[in-house]
Design a protein around this ligand. Structure first.
Ligand code: TNX
Length: 636
């Protein structure tokens, strides 16, 4: 019998119904009629549970995994089309990436056939995805400048037009030697075709203890001197030298390699970070290292790794082997079905201790500290499924998270919850040397735990007053646990709700709006700003249908990202509460790894410049002239 084959099409029409009409069509591209089948589809959209659907029954659903069946007796003939229409969708679909991401037709004998998936169209109009790097725009006016991102605090240089063959370390302290080795190896990985370090211009390095916190100075003349207070400063100085060399070589009309003058530089913020969601999709250690390389070239120094979510748990916790075994994987018949584009086979990844050490040490060698995030109490669907002892057995009713996961928050009333989290924290403390551990705290559903008799019957000062009061009790208890290990607490901004975590020894990441950071600072929290409307790389870069990404926080063009002006509207007395900025890369759309570079670069450089350069030294035209010189991770 010839193998059956299918194509899956989808079309969105916002002009019919509110928020719009989604048509999904399965085309039989094979030669035999099929009947008695079901269709499973993962996507970014979610058909609302219990909503009417034309042409199909929704026989099963978990978040964005939908299993649809045609009416009894339906036969899909060769060349035939089975159309399903849904009008109650989680939200307005604005880009093709919201459409079907992975799918399987399960035939009546149980065989699974993945259809070819056509990118979702808008109102039937043909088109294809655009993934182009923004073009380089030459400098608008002639000036003597250097091709450095993030741009240094003070640049007073002249140029003769001579560009050195390469950069060589003439002499210097151990810290300078280590930094030189690091940067020349890094440049070798990022630009393997280019000679940047080797025989050529000699750099004399001197220690200047006054320059702390990654600052450095370069004096150009007959000889070149690089001064810094520590290895970070020397590393930053060598990166600056290499960036200037590349720019002067490739765009001599715009950039010089200085022959005289000075560069005096230091970062604006101590926290210049990037977050990566390794839960929604799988990232290998090699992919993480490639990303860290690009962070280092941008002088970023904090890597926030989001290790778990409803859709996956990535850290091996030795006391709970069944957790990783069950919750680190998705696939047919697994505890988690395929979601967000994962294939219809067992697919996943769990970091063992050695894997974690590998990327943590790698980051440290590049000046990057890795901050682990365990997202609790919400976003724990797969944890509770893998460890059912973490649910109140008497719980009634279903609450759903924004992503439509049912009953996904760890229950603060169960002692078992804390036994589990102690084991998790012990693992984190052993593997991650950074002084902070991030404990999530975001997006707990308003009604969480209201159907749990144990939560409702908690007595005393911690007794039930509402979801967020209980969340505050829970987060504070985890915060004390972290303190016992000498760790400080990080969390998302919702950790301030219901009484919050203790502002001492904690920082919160403000992500909803720039203003939410100001409110947190006024409450007494240290704040890292990552406002979605400027710093979320999962947002699409324009409102074009064929531009990949999400859009709940609007579109984030390179310019929108670049013009982020942290704390510009904060009162003077709380300015010192701002410890830094970071970007976030949520992975819902990144099963397609080809999108990674497009979503991340050059927006990563835009955030890096915001985190490093003085506000008045930022210049978008200059940035656009330099950004094409910056590296990409090259994933996908
Ligand atoms: C909100 S930002 C979330 C994530 C999603 C992201 C998508 C935050 C703390 N929570 O769970 O992945 O939006 O942009």
């Amino acid at each position: 019998m010839p193998t059956p084959s299918f194509r899956l099409e989808a079309d969105w029409n916002p002009e019919i119904a509110i928020p719009g009409r989604l048509a999904i069509t399965l085309v039989n591209t094979g030669e035999t009629p099929v009947s008695g089948f079901t269709l499973a589809v993962t996507s970014l959209f979610r058909i609302k549970p219990d909503s009417p659907i034309e042409g199909a029954r929704l026989v099963d659903q978990l978040s964005n995994n939908h299993v649809l069946a045609p009416e009894e007796g339906f036969v899909l003939e060769p060349g035939g089309r089975w159309e399903i229409v849904a009008k109650q969708i989680s939200h307005t679909l604005r880009h093709y990436t919201y459409g079907p991401k992975s799918a399987a037709v399960t035939l009546d004998d149980g065989t699974m056939v993945p259809p070819e998936i056509a990118p979702m169209t808008l109102k039937g109009e043909p088109g294809s995805p655009t993934i182009q790097h923004p073009e380089r725009q030459p400098l608008p006016e002639a000036e003597t400048t250097v091709s450095v991102i993030p741009f240094p605090a003070e640049v007073n240089v002249s140029g003769s037009g001579d560009v050195p063959e390469a950069i060589r370390l003439a002499s210097g302290p151990d810290a300078a030697r280590t930094a030189f080795e690091t940067v020349s190896a890094l440049a070798g990985r990022l630009f393997p075709q280019e000679t940047l370090f080797g025989n050529g211009l000699e750099i004399t390095c001197t220690e200047k203890p006054g320059l702390a916190g990654g600052g450095y100075e370069i004096a150009f003349g007959e000889t070149v001197t690089l001064s810094a207070g520590d290895e970070h400063g020397f590393r930053h100085g060598f990166i600056t030298l290499a960036q200037m060399l590349r720019g002067a070589r490739q765009h001599p009309e715009d950039f010089v390699f200085p022959s005289g003058g000075t560069i005096t530089d230091a970062p604006r913020f101590g926290w210049r970070g990037s977050h990566l969601d390794v839960a929604r999709q799988v990232y290998t250690v090699a992919e993480i290292k490639a990303f860290l390389d690009t962070m280092a070239w941008n002088k970023l120094n904090r890597f926030h790794i989001h290790l778990n979510d409803d859709e996956g748990w990535r850290l091996d916790v030795p006391e709970y082997p069944e957790l990783a075994e069950k919750a680190g994987w998705r696939g047919p018949g697994e505890l988690l079905p395929p979601l967000l584009g994962s294939p219809f086979e067992r697919h996943g990844l769990v970091y063992r201790a050695d894997d974690v050490r590998e990327f943590v040490d790698y980051g440290l060698s590049l000046g990057i500290e890795t901050i682990p995030e365990i997202d609790i109490p919400g976003h724990c669907y797969c944890v509770i499924k893998a460890l059912p002892q973490l649910a109140d057995p008497e719980e009634t009713g279903i609450y759903r998270s924004v992503q439509y996961f049912p009953n996904n928050a760890l229950n603060p009333a169960l002692e078992e919850t804390y036994v589990f989290l102690e084991a998790v924290v012990r693992t984190l403390v052993e593997l991650f040397p950074a002084k902070w551990i991030h404990i999530g705290g975001d997006e707990v559903a308003d009604e969480a735990w209201s159907g749990s008799p144990q939560a409702k019957s908690m007595q005393g000062p911690n007794g039930w007053q509402g979801t967020f009061e209980l969340q505050s009790y829970f987060l504070k208890r985890i915060q004390s646990l972290l303190e016992q290990y000498g760790k400080e607490t990080g969390a998302w901004e919702e950790a301030a709700l219901g009484g919050g975590v203790d502002p001492n020894r904690s920082y919160l990441v403000a992500w909803k709006k720039s203003e939410s950071g100001r409110d947190l600072a006024l409450t007494g929290y240290d704040v890292v700003l990552a406002p979605a409307e400027h710093a979320y790389f999962d947002m699409a870069q324009s409102d074009e249908w064929w531009e990949p990404g999400a859009s709940w926080a609007g579109t984030v063009s390179v310019e929108t990202c670049y013009t982020f002006d942290p704390a510009h509207d904060w009162p003077a007395e709380v300015q010192d509460k701002l410890i830094g900025v970071q970007s976030c890369l949520w992975s819902e759309n990144l099963a397609d790894r080809k999108l990674f570079d497009h979503l991340v670069y050059p927006r990563l450089s835009a955030i890096a410049e915001t985190g490093w350069s003085p506000r008045e030294k930022k210049d978008f035209a200059r940035f656009m002239a330099i950004q094409t010189l910056m590296p990409k991770a090259g994933l996908g």
